[in-house]
Design a protein around this ligand. Structure first.
Ligand SMILES: Cc1ncc(COP(=O)(O)O)c(C=O)c1O
Length: 457
């Protein structure tokens, strides 16, 4: 291994490209079953996948089985899963308590479209964790952010919304703006353009969405200056560009500015959720928004979302001024999974133990970086962590774009061939679930050490 002074970024990129070439060939050899399954799927489904997030070159790993912290692909390769359903599987794959609750519910039916007692039980559990009184279930994070934004518009009578550049809040039109804009189109860093991420989004929608950089309170102040913005939707810790932490004082400033301009503050906790700690990022960071959106980790692997907040806002749904609907909302099968996740799979001591296990993994990875002197660092929040291929922490999307994608890709393909499963690229972070034991958690660090040794040899 080279000494820190000897490590030159140019040398590393050359080494990374060599590793990538070799590992791509290995990947192709060991995933022929995934290749065949993807070719079949491509004939009936665009890109051969049910969500475009699942597509990558040359073909994605196609899975036949998962349990606990592990997945097995159609070629019988076994992986420790660090993606855990983009962070949805904090409870692990098929936690025994979730399985038992869902199995028991199957005997009583899956869909009533008239209330069940589980609806109130789940509302009470979310109220207890998050400290907000009123909740409504949805079927996904997309629905949660869509419904929260409509509610904010109903409350304020305003049409414009503000979101952060690089922020992802689901796939409804008004938040499919500037998720990952190319720098050619993105405009000035302190006043980014609103760039649609997909064809099919109307000019009117684009005009209603103002984009600001994360960690820039002055930019938010300018965006809200006309008092015509319904809401600012933001992840308190950005988790679709690795992990991007709020700078000290930023979220307090956001709270003060939004309040002063009569703009509702929506925390999108779809990804932070209960992986951030028992009461989510909201309670970890101590800033209280007006509305919160949840999904993923509260569901134990089942499709769910929820939004909640102060009674004065949620009352607009009670009065019928704002409509919130959905055939599958609060269906008993998924509610049984949520209840088991919140009460049995992820109670406070288990959450704390898992966060501590993740902390040990992050420290092990940081020690490897420190020893080698490579231009990278670790970031952690709750039970999640990531390696960021830049010497200094990133504060926003533009910083993220300046990180080294060649090194990140080489690390990914090297890892996947050694049983470390994550999606390619820098967007995601690892999640240590309550079902990762120490050995499974530390496998990431072991494989990372092997990669860094070869990179710096
Ligand atoms: C922060 C955030 N909000 C909302 C969503 C949308 O959630 P879903 O995929 O359940 O619709 C996602 C999905 O990744 C997300 O990361």
């Amino acid at each position: 291994m080279a000494t820190p002074q000897n490590v030159m970024p140019g040398d590393l990129v050359t080494a990374a490209k060599r590793i990538t070439e070799r590992e791509m060939a290995t990947y192709a050899e060991r995933t022929t079953g995934s290749q065949a399954a993807t070719e079949r799927a491509r004939k009936v489904m665009p890109a051969g996948v049910p969500s475009s997030f699942q597509a990558y070159d040359p073909w994605p790993v196609v899975v036949k089985h998962s349990s606990g912290s592990r997945m097995v692909d159609v070629d019988d390769n076994e992986y420790v899963d660090y993606d855990m359903g983009f962070g949805a599987l904090f409870a692990g794959h098929m936690h025994p308590a979730v399985r038992a609750a869902v199995q028991a519910q199957l005997d009583h039916g899956t869909l009533y479209v008239t209330p069940c007692e589980l609806n109130a039980e789940v509302g009470e559990l979310l109220a207890e964790r998050y400290g907000f009184p009123m909740w409504r279930p949805t079927n996904s994070g997309t629905e949660a952010t869509m419904d929260a934004i409509r509610l904010a518009r109903g409350v304020t009578g305003r049409e414009k919304i503000v979101k952060v550049e690089g922020g992802y809040h689901g796939h409804h039109d008004e938040v499919m703006i500037s998720n990952k804009p190319s720098l050619d189109e993105a405009g000035p860093a302190d006043a980014p353009h609103s760039v649609p991420q997909s064809a099919g989004i109307t000019a009117g929608t684009i005009a209603d969405v103002i984009v600001v950089p994360f960690n820039d309170a002055d930019a938010l102040e300018r965006a809200l200056a006309n008092d015509d913005v319904a809401c600012f939707i933001v992840e308190p810790v950005m988790q679709n560009i690795g992990i991007c932490l709020p700078q000290p004082g930023y979220l307090d400033a956001v709270r003060e500015i939004t309040e002063r301009h009569g703009t509702l503050l929506i925390f999108d906790e779809v990804k932070t959720g209960i992986t951030a700690g028992y009461g989510g990022a909201t309670n970890q960071l101590g800033v209280r928004p007006d509305l919160i959106c949840l999904a993923k980790s509260i569901g134990g692997g089942f499709p769910v979302g929820a939004f909640g907040g102060e009674a004065e806002y949620m009352d607009l749904i009670t009065s019928g001024k704002v409509l919130h609907l959905g055939t599958y909302n609060g269906n008993p099968l998924v509610m049984a999974a949520v209840k088991a996740t919140l009460t049995e799979a992820c109670p406070r001591p288990v959450v704390e133990e898992t966060v501590a296990r993740n902390h040990r993994l992050v420290e092990a990875c940081q020690a490897i970086i420190d020893r080698s002197g490579i231009p990278a660092h670790t970031v952690r929040f709750g039970a999640k962590g990531c390696i960021t291929w830049a010497p200094r922490p990133i504060e926003n999307y533009r910083d993220y774009k300046a990180t080294d994608f060649d090194l990140a890709f080489a690390q990914w393909i090297h890892g996947i061939n050694r049983g470390v499963l994550l999606p390619p690229g820098l967007d995601e972070q690892w999640l240590i679930s309550v079902m990762h034991d120490d050995v499974d958690a530390m496998r990431y660090a072991d494989v990372f050490a092997e990669f860094v040794d070869e990179l710096t040899a």
